[in-house]
Ligand binder design. Sequence first.
Ligand SMILES: NC(=O)c1ccc[n+]([C@@H]2O[C@H](COP(=O)([O-])OP(=O)(O)OC[C@H]3O[C@@H](n4cnc5c(N)ncnc54)[C@H](OP(=O)(O)O)[C@@H]3O)[C@@H](O)[C@H]2O)c1
Length: 313
Amino acid sequence: MNTRNRALRLHEYGQQDGLRVDEVAPPELAPTQVLVEVKAAGVNPLDQKLAAGWLRQGFPLTLPATLGLELAGVVTAVGSATSGRLAVGDRVMGLAGIGAYADLVAVSEAGLAVTPAALSDVQAAALPVAALTAWQLLRAAGEPRSGSTVLVHGASGGVGGFAVQLAKALGAKVLATTSTESVDYVRGLGADTVFDRRAQRFEDEARDVDLVLDLVGGDTVERSWAVLAPDGAIATVATMDIAKKTPAGKRGVWLSMKGDPELLARLAADVASGALRSAIAEVVPLSGLAQAILGAGARRAPGKVVVDMTLGQ
Ligand SMILES: NC(=O)c1ccc[n+]([C@@H]2O[C@H](COP(=O)([O-])OP(=O)(O)OC[C@H]3O[C@@H](n4cnc5c(N)ncnc54)[C@H](OP(=O)(O)O)[C@@H]3O)[C@@H](O)[C@H]2O)c1
């Protein structure tokens, strides 16, 4: 077992060199936790927002703080009050709360699912946040009906890629927005109509949309009210103040994704069987992670960025 513990820690908000790899002590294991030797971890836009200090009011961190929301790896110890569901040697994937960017992480057993044998650790680390969020967001404004029209903004991203496929699997007609380079990718996921957000205005063509999934925020939300069907809704994970921004007579719903190991296991099985596609935009070593986080938002391939902790070790 690896006893070295490198961690990507935030030392200072809003600084280019505020994120640094440190050698830290191994974590202590609480009774309900398992110790995971992390093989890979998924990168999320929240990392950049935390590092910039934009969320320090609502989500204060004690600095230095290890970032990272999701991981995949191997169980190396189990706490005394765990259920027995997970054992030493199991390959696991899931949510770490915060602190996934380290070689050794103590994680609540309740956040973890067993990784399907057919998935690599890099593939597994790309799933928890994106797949769970897409599934929950589709249902955040009520159970979607077969035959309804769903518009996904930010369809080439981690959450958006799953949202398009899951909406399609529910029998929805799927409209999507993305940038020019990703139009073919999003069409390949099953979207019926894809708007190139650099060349087209979705509101000129989209009509009677039952559900808008907002993964982008900003004026994309403001422009979306006009395309809703009379009883339609916008469900968002990108516009935290949607309640304030919702015009009279319209419906806007905020979602905070919640851990759900059974659902994660089902979604991971669908990825393993090929029923769901999961795209990896880039795999970086730990030495390149800070740059990948700070550069988020720059144009890149569709899908998730993942740090492979085994690279360059
Ligand atoms: N509340 C929660 O529980 C929760 C959970 C997960 C994620 N989130 C949030 O959900 C959002 C999406 O997450 P993600 O992991 O899918 O991010 P992501 O992988 O970075 O994808 C976001 C996508 O949005 C598109 N985009 C960027 N700027 C845009 C703009 N100005 N107009 C239209 N599209 C734009 C980009 O694709 P194109 O350039 O191809 O358009 C990008 O692929 C983030 O804000 C994240 O923080 C919240």
